[in-house]
Write a protein that binds this ligand. Structure first.
Ligand code: OGA
Ligand code: MN
Length: 276
């Protein structure tokens, strides 16, 4: 098994293995690589839904997304689908999956099923590297803050997704909710400090109003969204991506209008997040 950096500060490409037939030793190496990089890319995988499930269950325990449709293969596999005729895509802005949960998801395993001829990349950001590079004064300012993460503004009755052509494939309007987490967490596996706020779900700092929260959040987001912390993954048939939701952001590019794209996602359960 070979693990090579994907870009200077974001992700690693894992080659020389098949996720469907990992030996126990390979599984251990993969866990180590996942803890170190938080974002793994795989090419040329033969991972039909039953093997996607088997790999996920070997790695951890599965949580079900409250809003996405499940595949016909399994209620544990979510469809991330964009039809030819649809304009809006799922996950089109920077976000971290499930940060609105009290115990946020550990990771997500995304498998390409139908791809547009070109485009449809997924972009990622490394929030451990971004934290390390923050100016000392900013680290001090955010050290003891907590932030509120919600999904209501997206999936609630008046959420932005409900007014798009994505609405018909979304459920769970009545299952919206929020949670608060430390702004700087100690990553449960790597022990690194990580900036844990994201543009999709973080709505404010606890005890701050929206407007003053907005100013600081935007400053943090601009810092993260720089080339040295981000990368873009170009999907090919057989590509798989496995990211750690505690230390990454991602967003799906919507640059393939008129074509379909379908991905299968399995989400893995995490643990409560502790402050750094
Ligand atoms: C997701 C997601 C990105 C993509 O599955 O959580 O945001 O590129 N998908 O489809
Ligand atoms: Mn996502």
């Amino acid at each position: 098994m070979n693990v090579t950096p994907y870009s200077a500060g974001c992700g690693a490409l894992v080659s020389g293995i098949q996720l469907a037939t990992l030996s126990d030793n390979e599984m251990t190496s993969l866990r180590d690589a996942f803890a170190e990089h938080g974002l793994l890319f795989f090419r040329d995988q033969d991972l039909p839904p039953v093997e996607h499930l088997r790999f996920a269950e070997r790695f951890g325990s599965i949580v079900i997304n409250k809003f996405f449709k499940a595949t016909s293969d399994s209620s544990k596999i979510a469809e991330v689908r964009k039809e030819k005729t649809q304009q809006t895509n799922i996950g089109g802005g920077w976000h971290t999956d499930h940060s609105y949960d009290e115990i946020p998801a550990m990771g997500s395993i995304l498998v390409a099923r139908i791809l547009p001829k070109t485009g449809g990349d997924t972009e990622f950001a490394n929030l451990a590297a971004a934290y390390d590079a923050l100016p000392p004064a900013m680290k001090k300012q955010i050290a003891n803050l907590r932030a509120v993460h919600s999904n209501e503004h997206l999936y609630g009755e008046n959420g932005v997704y409900r007014h798009t052509d994505l609405a018909e494939q979304l459920g769970g309007m009545d299952r919206v909710g929020d949670a608060t987490h430390p702004v700087v967490i100690k990553h449960p596996e790597s022990g690194r400090n990580v900036l844990y706020v994201n543009p999709g779900h973080t709505i404010q700092f606890e005890g701050w109003d929206f407007a003053e929260s907005r100013v600081l959040l935007d400053e943090l987001y601009a810092h993260v969204n720089q080339p040295q912390f981000t990368c873009s993954f170009n999907w090919l048939p057989g590509s798989v991506t496995f990211w750690d939701n505690r230390c990454t952001w991602h967003q799906a590019k919507n640059d393939y209008q008129g074509e379909a794209r379908l991905m299968h996602r399995i989400t893995l359960a995490g643990t409560a997040l502790a402050a750094a």
